[in-house]
Design a protein around this ligand. Sequence first.
Ligand code: COA
Length: 170
Amino acid sequence: MQIRPFLESDESAVIALWNACKLTRPWNDPRKDIARKLTVQRELFFVGVIDNDIVASVMAAFDGHRGWINYLAVHPDFQRRKLGATLMKYVEQRLLDAGCPKINLQVRSTNENVLKFYRDIGYEQDDVVSLGKRLIPDAPAANTAASSLASKRLRNGPRPSAPKRFESLQ
Ligand SMILES: CC(C)(COP(=O)(O)OP(=O)(O)OC[C@H]1O[C@@H](n2cnc3c(N)ncnc32)[C@H](O)[C@@H]1OP(=O)(O)O)[C@@H](O)C(=O)NCCC(=O)NCCS
């Protein structure tokens, strides 16, 4: 597997990969997730390629304190060949190169196989509760005005000051 940074032309193949891996969620628009990532540390968004096909992805970031991993995916036809472990090792080294002392990531508590995967490559469960607060609603079902405002904000950059109250969407 060749590992290289994501290119704009990879977008539809990567979204197809995420769909095949059941990583997409109604409240996350994958196109917007990609567009946002391309504005922040895009060099830490990688794809794995075999015979010109994108078979794996990982989106990483270093916030100056912790490294974060999202959208780790290996196409179902290519799983259990150590591609996930290889991609994680690669991205861990990139984060280490950036001075990152620790990686955090989130896995749904019911996803036993993925939890086993991470344990097997050296990740331990932290004694924390993961909290979240949605700032920009992506889902089409969400308030349309808010969605179009969010898209506009994505194109024009963040608004200067935060609104008083945000809608919570999980
Ligand atoms: C999680 C994922 C990336 C693992 O990729 P992978 O290439 O299949 O994993 P590897 O082959 O590198 O696995 C390394 C080890 O992890 C463990 N492991 C991996 N997948 C496992 C599974 N489904 N069940 C049990 N253990 C598993 C095994 O110990 C494995 O070694 P082995 O095959 O010699 O037994 C892949 O299953 C995937 O894309 N899942 C769907 C998307 C997803 O949920 N991503 C994580 C979001 S948090």
